[in-house]
Design a protein around this ligand. Sequence first.
Ligand SMILES: C[S@@+](CC[C@H](N)C(=O)[O-])C[C@H]1O[C@@H](n2cnc3c(N)ncnc32)[C@H](O)[C@@H]1O
Length: 220
Amino acid sequence: MDQPSTTRKPEPDSALRHQEEESVRRALEGFYRAGKPPWDTGVTPPELVALVEGHEGLPPGCALELGCGTGTNAVYLARHGWDVAAVDLIDRAVDQAREKAAAAGVAVRLRHGDATRLDELDVPGPFDLFFDLSCYCGVPLHRRDAYAAGLTQRAAPGARLLMFGYGPEPLGNPVPEVASWAAGVTADELRTRFAGWELIDVTPGTNSVPTFWFTLRRDA
Ligand SMILES: C[S@@+](CC[C@H](N)C(=O)[O-])C[C@H]1O[C@@H](n2cnc3c(N)ncnc32)[C@H](O)[C@@H]1O
């Protein structure tokens, strides 16, 4: 007897998923090995400054930076009275962030690891602020639910997530071997993926390609 046909898509193979994660890690490592990555400007973006120092700025609390790079923004937050933890996938970046924090004379709990696997990193929270400058938009799609779950579990009531991200395929993918980098991030995706959060602001970036500043607030 014939088996009933099924239209269910096969689960993506775990080896392929691992390969995709490795290609992202290798590409990022390549940027840091080559010297100063293009994003490492040493300047804290005005959007974060406004949230911390603006008229309606947040009072200092606990913050977690996802994809902290060489630590410019984690150090900025610590200097402004925040209790800061910061995570990056690339050990060279974390080493430089440690040096930057030491030179600034501030304490930042720096962790080398994956922002989608926070359970492995001793960053229990709760956090009042999460900051992500172009980390999430490069995370492979199959790890994004885990990213959202990690933040949701660690969010204080009313916590904010300030995220900068590239929209889908701004220039075509600059690193074609990293397929997931074509995906970017959209407001619709964040609304769907971050259950229990409200997307309270979307402001286009000033880049020559589509970029966005997203602000989400965890339900109280
Ligand atoms: C565009 S850079 C921004 C770095 C830093 N925030 C800055 O402003 O200079 C994004 C950073 O996210 C890190 N990253 C990407 N995927 C990550 C992941 N899954 N977990 C932790 N860090 C990640 C990269 O290594 C990189 O340092």
